[in-house]
Design a protein around this ligand. Structure first.
Ligand SMILES: Nc1ncnc2c1ncn2[C@@H]1O[C@H](COP(=O)(O)OP(=O)(O)OP(=O)(O)O)[C@@H](O)[C@H]1O
Ligand SMILES: [Mg+2]
Length: 226
């Protein structure tokens, strides 16, 4: 089943009188259970595409259908539910709240979405290998550990689609591999649809499909062999 359908999507940023065309007509759709890597050079529009699909940025023209509804026809309430429950974001720099513990960071996310008990929050921390660190503060953790917590925070509301923007871009090789294995598990075991921006072509092997972007367009859309 299609979860995302994008038709002739265009996005401009306007600075004063200068119109910057960032997405220049993009077409693709994503089925439930796909793990799509989005790669391309810096400035090609990868982050912008992810933010538009996740409703964080408006689009200028074309169509984005998410779960069978045109994104710009979602009411404010429906958009809030979409962001808090149906989709999840993982960012390069984790974005954890520094004065909350690991447990509290994940709990807060559930309070904003689908309130979870302490035992349930702990189960999500266990799933990402961070249960034993539930009382730690983000500053006491390595980058890889912080990213695991950020993934638990995203998972706690059981999103159907996970958007990740260079989630291993700030990690060393070993931690990067571990986080990629975790995303693969979320896709294979938990059946999450994943759209992941990556700079590194090597990491596209973890996905089922790769979209190559250049200058605001998708220039290649290939299924991965697995
Ligand atoms: N808020 C903004 N206002 C104006 N221009 C923007 C804005 N955000 C992005 N851009 C421009 O849009 C283009 C695409 O940016 P985007 O961040 O989507 O690229 P990217 O492919 O994610 O690059 P990177 O690999 O460096 O993260 C760039 O030229 C950028 O300068
Ligand atoms: Mg980017």
């Amino acid at each position: 089943m299609n979860q995302i359908k994008v038709v002739d999507l265009k996005k401009n940023y306007i600075n004063g009188k200068i119109v910057h065309e960032v997405l220049k007509g993009i077409d693709f759709s994503v089925d439930e259970g796909e793990f799509v890597s989005i790669c391309g050079p810096s400035g090609s529009g990868k982050t912008t595409l992810l933010y538009v699909l996740g409703g964080l940025e408006p689009y200028t023209a074309g169509s984005v259908v998410l779960f069978d509804q045109e994104l710009n026809t979602y009411s404010d309430g429906a958009k809030a539910k979409l962001r808090s429950q149906d989709i999840g974001f993982v960012f390069q720099f984790y974005n954890l709240i520094p004065n909350l513990t690991v447990y509290e960071n994940v709990l807060l996310s559930s309070v904003l979405g689908t309130f979870k008990s302490k035992d349930e929050v702990m189960e999500y921390l266990d799933a990402v290998g961070m249960k034993d660190f539930h009382g730690y503060y983000p500053s006491e953790l390595s980058g890889g550990m912080q990213q695991r917590v950020a993934i638990a925070r995203c998972l706690v509301n059981d999103p159907r689609i996970i958007f990740a923007d260079e989630p291993i871009g700030n990690l060393d090789y070993k931690n990067g591999i571990q986080i990629m294995e975790l995303f693969k598990k979320l896709n294979v075991t938990y059946h999450k649809t994943i759209l992941m921006v990556t700079h590194n072509e090597d990491t596209t092997q973890y996905g089922t499909r790769t979209l190559h972007m250049l200058d605001g367009k998708v220039i290649k859309d290939e299924k991965n062999n697995s």
